[in-house]
Write a protein that binds this ligand. Sequence first.
Ligand SMILES: NC(=O)c1ccc[n+]([C@@H]2O[C@H](COP(=O)([O-])OP(=O)(O)OC[C@H]3O[C@@H](n4cnc5c(N)ncnc54)[C@H](OP(=O)(O)O)[C@@H]3O)[C@@H](O)[C@H]2O)c1
Length: 308
Amino acid sequence: MSSVSDMPALSPRLSLAPQGPEFSQIVLGLWRLSAWQMSAQQRVRFLEQALELGITTIDEADIYGDYTSETLLGEAFAIAPHLRERFEVVTKCGIQFPSAQKPLQTSHIYETSAAHIVSSAENSLRNMGLDSLDLLLIHRPDPLMDADEIAEAFTQLRASGKVKHFGVSNFTTSQFALLHNRFPLVTNQVECSLLQMAPMYDGVFDQCQQLRLAPMIWSALGGGALFEGKTEQSRRLLSALEKIAAELEVSTSTIALAWIIRHPVRPLVLTGSSRVQALREAVQASHLRLSREQWFDLWRASTGADIP
Ligand SMILES: NC(=O)c1ccc[n+]([C@@H]2O[C@H](COP(=O)([O-])OP(=O)(O)OC[C@H]3O[C@@H](n4cnc5c(N)ncnc54)[C@H](OP(=O)(O)O)[C@@H]3O)[C@@H](O)[C@H]2O)c1
């Protein structure tokens, strides 16, 4: 096994679907950006440091940071316009809630009408100061979604050049199949970690492999819960992670992310940290291939039982 110093310093690049787009396997998640309290100049520096690690893809959503995260990113792009062309930008739409930023929004709803999808994408472009989005996702499955109407909005946004690719997030396999049948999707962004193995068993990863699409993974470290030791499961996991991390001379978060990346579905992994060291550890994970023995030791630590 190569040591950390031998590992390539850059995130690999992966194609989400056979016809693209190509993104960095490690994706900069900006859900928590407003909580980081960075000045605009610090945001620029953070983006530059991500690029230095080969992290060229950003994950945003209209609602992140109580509808402020896209604007904070847009401020950084306005100060350093050269950064705009260096990143692929993913954002989401389809959830609405009351907020001081949205005085006309009075209730918490899912909203996937064609008119809303188009106006939300246009608003995201304005917030970030971009001419086009690389990928737009429907954030959550809407029980009232009409696949024809969503396909109509996607067709319109693609024709106008405002959005290049489309996908969904948190969709079941049947919801994905329904929409994919109307309009080609390139990813399903789902939660997966050593604390959340559902996509390996509920058909989501099988569907991605079948269609040769790469899923995008959120809360890959359980939102930090993996390291808090608050439950029996996380204490078991932490001890198993520490053992392998010591053997391979990398951090426990590198091992936890390498466990996901080992899956043949070729997942892209979103980071959620403001620390450049955490981004570095994620990039290291993309160059580490755990053995089957290590992988199943972690599986056992997660489930608390042996494989059948
Ligand atoms: N599609 C969806 O529905 C959805 C839902 C949630 C999130 N997302 C996306 O996924 C991204 C990542 O989600 P997440 O923030 O929950 O990811 P995560 O990587 O599971 O959690 C990040 C959190 O863990 C903490 N943490 C503690 N120890 C850490 C360590 N050793 N290394 C790294 N982080 C550590 C970080 O704090 P520090 O900052 O102190 O490191 C941060 O608060 C979001 O930014 C967003 O873009 C999508």
